[in-house]
Design a protein around this ligand. Sequence first.
Ligand SMILES: NC(=O)C1=CN([C@@H]2O[C@H](COP(=O)(O)OP(=O)(O)OC[C@H]3O[C@@H](n4cnc5c(N)ncnc54)[C@H](OP(=O)(O)O)[C@@H]3O)[C@@H](O)[C@H]2O)[C@@H](O)CC1
Ligand SMILES: Nc1ncnc2c1ncn2[C@@H]1O[C@H](COP(=O)(O)OP(=O)(O)O)[C@@H](O)[C@H]1O
Ligand SMILES: [K+]
Length: 490
Amino acid sequence: MLKILSGNKVSELDQSFIKHENISSWQLMERASLAFSNWFMQSHGNSGDKVFVFCGPGNNGGDGLAIARQLFDKGFSVSVVLFSSLSNSSKDWQENFKMLPEDIGKFQFDDFDFQLADGGIIIDALFGIGINRPLEGKFLKAILSLNKIGGEKIAIDIPSGLPSDDLVEGEAFLADVTVSFQFPKLSLLVPDHVKFVGDLEVVDLGIPSSFLERFESPYYFIQSASVKQGHTKFHKFSHKGDFGRVLFIGGRKGKVGAIILSAKAALRTGSGLVHVWAEGSSEDVIHASALELMTEGEEVMKRIDDFDALGIGPGMGEIPEMVFEEILRSFRKPIVLDADALNMIARHSELWDLLPSGSILTPHVGEFDRLAGKSMDHFDRLKKAKTLAEKNKIYLVLKGAYTCISTPDGKQYFNSTGTKHMATAGSGDVLTGILTSFLGQGYSPFNACVAGVYHHGLAGEIASKEKVRGTIASDILEKIPESFLKLGID
Ligand SMILES: NC(=O)C1=CN([C@@H]2O[C@H](COP(=O)(O)OP(=O)(O)OC[C@H]3O[C@@H](n4cnc5c(N)ncnc54)[C@H](OP(=O)(O)O)[C@@H]3O)[C@@H](O)[C@H]2O)[C@@H](O)CC1
Ligand SMILES: Nc1ncnc2c1ncn2[C@@H]1O[C@H](COP(=O)(O)OP(=O)(O)O)[C@@H](O)[C@H]1O
Ligand SMILES: [K+]
């Protein structure tokens, strides 16, 4: 798992890593700049476009100067625009300035006509994680000009103006792509900043995850390697009992499709036996949609403890509080709660105390705000999610781009898979199915959450490669098996 450090820990990380590797700070900057330039060459090739690098006075500007040199060496026509002089710039900035080839265009901000850069490739190296106040003066003027002109906009590490762990104040660079070093900064992962960040790329500086573990931080970015490790291995003599018996409760009042999506997703995730308790009249459609599904009625309450896991809520509507309470009282293993089950808890706060510890709640932002009250911004929402998970000893899966899992021990794990094409009705129901399936197969709630959100996002990515904006939730669940193949899990 990749730790996400706060901006003020990064210089500590740098110093410590430099010492550990016995390299200079310039060498680390060169490594970071090469990581960017290699990404750039891979994504742009030798396009022949003009490149303009806007370099601030700190190490972000130093990266910019090194990148300018590296891209020039690859044959690009490169110009740099400077905001500081040699004497008031960082040490490694000075080093890189001296190394700039003669034929690179060099402009001082005051003399630069921004129309020159219009239509070119604009690389923002004004400020990185060292920004400590809102932009003003020449820096603000530059960002406003850059935001107005055309061309492709790429930010190094973080769009200039964004603080690394907080909400933006004032203006910031509007990037099409942000190329962040080693791990994504927290503020790149919140919906409030999407217009600044654009697409997010994370490039590796070769700092091992284990090294990052030395630094205090509650935030993590989920990586495929840790998802792979978290999977249970099944053997030659495994039988369907090993793969769990799960029950889905929901699918009423014209929304039977929701619970069918969850149930089919559980089958595709590997569940042995999948039962559905939905509105009585929907039995036929459930059987017709998947022959493997079994339907249940109210009498299932008598044997509810036979199930390994429950998934409650998709398309459920408001059911009598008594019935909901009885389910929570009779089933004491972790449960997945989604959609209307979350709305029930939002309306009847006494139900919080009945949730089996280790249960998984999967609200989208709207459902979360009903559960926890309105939030000022996503940072505020993340704090509330952390508190709710700790207080109730549950796993809170706050869905969206970069879905965030808050755990009972106060940590927060951001998902790295997924695509905008998953913003389609029923895609959350598919996630409920996957999570319930993993719980039923005996995964710990933590492993179920991490593997669940990762596979859901990966299946969505695979589906959207074919179906693009026509992707529907059924496409996502049909690609779950391919998401296992991609990780080499049988
Ligand atoms: N391990 C890694 O990830 C690596 C990271 N690296 C790179 O280093 C970057 C961080 O560099 P950094 O610490 O020098 O900070 P950076 O953002 O360039 O600027 C800070 C300077 O600006 C100033 N200042 C601040 N706010 C201001 C404002 N609003 N308006 C005006 N001035 C303002 C402030 O000085 P002050 O004015 O406060 O005295 C300071 O001088 C990081 O993002 C990445 O690109 C790699 O090179 C190596 C490996
Ligand atoms: N822009 C996006 N990028 C990545 N994943 C997304 C995006 N939009 C939605 N998703 C994912 O799709 C699912 C949507 O869930 P939800 O809003 O509950 O939908 P529904 O209620 O229709 O099933 C969540 O798992 C969410 O993480
Ligand atoms: K930047």
